[in-house]
Design a protein around this ligand. Structure first.
Ligand code: SF4
Length: 343
């Protein structure tokens, strides 16, 4: 049995032709799955009954088990899913005014071991398939109010650039008008700074949002916080980001977690201004770090966080301070999965 969500429209047309169905049945199946949210072939009423049997014998539509669903006081919802091989993954919905952002994982675990992130603590197990990433979105749609996900971020567990082919195929199906139809500008790929991935993404002809986890403005500190910096140091990383924004005409977002006593002083803010001084199209998203008991890091004091932000604003940098969301349900990346694995 194969996961039907692994196929893009063209591939599904070919598959269905080989089963005696017509190419146009693929578009009908897409419409049931992605537009109408019907996931049982038996209810796909415009496909002749006899032909539905071929679909039932060859494909499945859903492979996950929902293990846990938590809702925060601020309406953020997090789900823990068991995938077919018994691994756990997390996905989150974050409603804000008219938008509902879905945050999905791209791998089971992560090999990059950023020192502030719970996702890396259990190590890396495997890449998620295209169908599995699409299934995360289907689950999130199901728990969202009005069954609507307006924006999508690849910011959950895993490094999307490390699972490039599956991620980009999932994005194309999610973005396509026959599929989930979420606009490219509403889809964000977040990376810890894998330069070849950024370069490839800039050539896809898609105006995807790129978000880069920066968290330090000098190589010494960044290499301590994010070992990936030893392979892809800041100077080259910023160069690749500039090229991404000039090729796609999209603003790059740099994520910066403010950690007490580590990277949140005024000197750190000035280093950041310097690092980005020739960059035109970017913004900085400051994140008050979630406290995770497994780490020694603590969130920066509010006073320091405000001074940091002020310094960036004085230097005409476009900066936002992300509101903490879902603190009461362990919404930081990887926390729920980590807690579940420990119990
Ligand atoms: S921040 Fe991203 S790249 Fe780093 S360990 Fe966590 S999931 Fe992996």
């Amino acid at each position: 049995m194969r996961d039907i969500k692994e196929f893009d429209l063209k591939e599904l047309e070919k598959e269905l032709l080989s089963l005696g169905l017509k190419a146009f049945h693929a578009r009908q199946v897409f419409s049931w799955l992605y537009k109408k949210g019907v996931l049982d072939f038996n209810y796909m009423s415009d496909i002749p009954k006899g032909l539905r049997k071929g679909l039932l014998d060859k494909f499945y539509t859903l492979g996950f088990k929902l293990l846990k669903s938590l809702k925060s006081e601020d309406e953020t919802q997090k789900i823990l899913l068991e995938v077919k091989d018994g691994s756990y993954i997390e996905a989150v919905t974050i409603p804000a005014k008219a938008r509902v952002t879905g945050c999905i994982s791209s791998q089971v675990g992560c090999k990059y071991r950023c020192t502030f992130c719970a996702s890396g603590l259990l190590g890396f197990k495997r890449n998620l398939t295209t169908g599995e990433m699409i299934e995360e979105v289907i689950y999130l749609k199901d728990i969202a109010s009005d069954n609507r996900i307006t924006h999508l971020v690849f910011m959950g567990t895993g490094e999307p650039m490390d699972n490039y082919a599956n991620v980009i195929k999932a994005i194309r199906i999610i973005n396509s008008s026959a599929g989930l139809n979420i606009g490219a500008r509403r889809i964000t790929v977040s990376t810890c700074g894998i330069i070849p991935g950024i370069e490839r993404l800039s050539s896809e002809g898609l105006q995807l949002e790129l978000s880069v986890s920066l968290h330090a403005a000098n190589d010494d500190l960044r290499s301590k916080l994010m070992p990936v910096n030893r392979k892809y140091p800041l100077k080259e990383l910023i160069k690749a980001c500039k090229e991404y924004s000039s090729k796609t005409r999209r603003q790059v977002t740099f994520e910066y977690i403010l950690i007490k006593g580590i990277n949140s002083s005024l000197n750190d803010a000035r280093d950041l201004v310097n690092l980005l001084k020739d960059f035109k199209l970017f913004k900085i998203n400051l994140i008050p770090s979630n406290y995770i008991p497994e780490f020694k890091f603590k969130p920066a004091d509010k006073k320091d966080a405000d001074s940091f932000k002020e310094c960036l604003l004085r230097n005409r940098i476009n900066v936002t301070m992300r509101r903490e969301r879902g603190e009461d349900i362990n919404a930081a990346c990887g926390q729920l999965r980590l807690n579940y694995a420990k119990n």
